[in-house]
Design a protein around this ligand. Structure first.
Ligand SMILES: Nc1ncnc2c1ncn2[C@@H]1O[C@H](COP(=O)(O)OP(=O)(O)OP(=O)(O)O)[C@@H](O)[C@H]1O
Ligand SMILES: Nc1ncnc2c1ncn2[C@@H]1O[C@H](COP(=O)(O)OP(=O)(O)OP(=O)(O)O)[C@@H](O)[C@H]1O
Ligand SMILES: [Mg+2]
Ligand SMILES: [Mg+2]
Lengths: 226, 226
């Protein structure tokens, strides 16, 4: 599980202090299916980046299975991300020189225990489920926006990690495709007890979620439990 | 107005030919408020990029006010884009080393006839309307996803061009912010007779539009006139 205490993230810009996250307390249980919602600029990505160890908070603690990840060294954080986490970035962050297939397989490469053949089967299977198998040899700049997004989603899901942090995973997808991906994530959540924490404006995700944490100006405004 | 005849765009990838757009005929009248809709990968961005002279089609003609833009030289195309067009990119394409304010003012710089002071007033006004004035000194990597998107939208709108091509302009915005921007665009369309052509999955844009062109696999599947 994840325990966040007094989390703050500030940016100093000249004389102005931007409080992206302002003293948040928030807990997540194993196997949750929860979304961080709220207006553009309310702090959703900043909270996800903090949980994912992508960014150092200005203040506060983040305990993941009782280990405070804010106190880990760079190599310990990178092991944490490799072993426990799948991250879907809001801007995809695909590797431009690799094909769609190689981008997804890359996240299995860092988990050493599979053979090359086993990896290829897992990558093809998730690409089939996301309806992007036909584009496996395309590089990111040879893919549509929504196809790039699905490669970014597949790259996180293929790992079957303990925790998946998904930042706006359906923003560039049509209803039917977005729905299919949400159903797939829900199945992984129920069958494998994987914890999903989303950031999203998408009504479909907010309706699917078991819990909605509403942020505004870096603070928690309201929590809905379904 | 815009007349598209026999438009095709193909990519050759090894032995496979990807038909991104497959022989489309489509006309747009001045002052339209139209959306290209359809599944991810159906060809929406490719059609917008062709109209905007961003990409050479494999085949076909695109007449803008009776000039075939496919036959223009590079410098003539760049004049066409500078004088007549505002483009909102699906991935924003902001200039990383400039602030939000400078990114928006840059699109006025290429229209020589305003003084520095007049430009600053126009930039501040559009940023105020898009609720991003407070972030004017932030660079793109110091902005949230939806804030970057609004800078990209503002950069196109501030020019008051004849034609605005908007590729998924609300994908990363919450309902309220997306709604505000759509109302602003509708006002510009009605008051200044600016032609808007959108690519979008967003139900709000599809409902707002006067005409919906449904694409599938690079072809026009259906056209709805409201
Ligand atoms: N450079 C390229 N090389 C090969 N195929 C490409 C290239 N660019 C685009 N494509 C393909 O052309 C098709 C249409 O792409 P396009 O970006 O127009 O779709 P779209 O409707 O905008 O999709 P989305 O809603 O996901 O943004 C896609 O299947 C894509 O993979
Ligand atoms: N590097 C930075 N420097 C200064 N301010 C920043 C920086 N990164 C983010 N911010 C600010 O922090 C606030 C929160 O940003 P964040 O990306 O978490 O918002 P968000 O809720 O994900 O928004 P969106 O829905 O638009 O993606 C924003 O107002 C943003 O401008
Ligand atoms: Mg965000
Ligand atoms: Mg597109």
């Amino acid at each position: 599980n994840i325990i966040i205490k007094n989390l703050s993230k500030e940016y100093v810009m000249g004389k102005v202090i931007v409080k992206a996250v302002n003293n948040i307390d928030l807990d997540f249980e194993k196997g949750e299916f929860t979304v961080l919602a709220g207006p553009s600029g309310s702090g959703k990505t900043t909270v996800l980046n903090a949980i994912g160890g992508m960014d150092d908070p200005t203040n506060g603690k983040i305990l993941v299975d009782n280990v405070n990840i804010c106190e880990l060294s760079n190599s310990e954080i990178s092991d944490f991300r490799k072993d426990k986490l799948g991250f879907i970035f809001q801007q995809y962050n695909l590797i431009p020189v690799l094909t769609a297939f190689e981008n997804i397989r890359f996240s299995l490469d860092i988990m050493k225990k599979l053979s090359k053949k086993e990896k290829a089967i897992k990558v093809e299977q998730i690409m089939e489920e996301m309806d992007i198998l036909e584009y496996k040899k395309h590089r990111p700049d040879e893919l549509s926006g929504g196809q790039q997004q699905r490669v970014a989603v597949a790259r996180a899901l293929v790992k079957d990690p303990e925790i998946i942090l998904a930042d706006e995973p359906t923003a560039n997808l049509d209803s039917k495709t977005g729905e299919t991906i949400l159903q797939l994530m829900k199945r992984m959540n129920v069958e494998k007890n994987i914890t999903f924490i989303f950031s999203s404006h998408d009504k479909r995700i907010i309706e699917f979620a078991k819990r909605v944490v509403w942020l505004e100006d870096g603070k928690i405004k309201n929590i809905e439990n379904r």
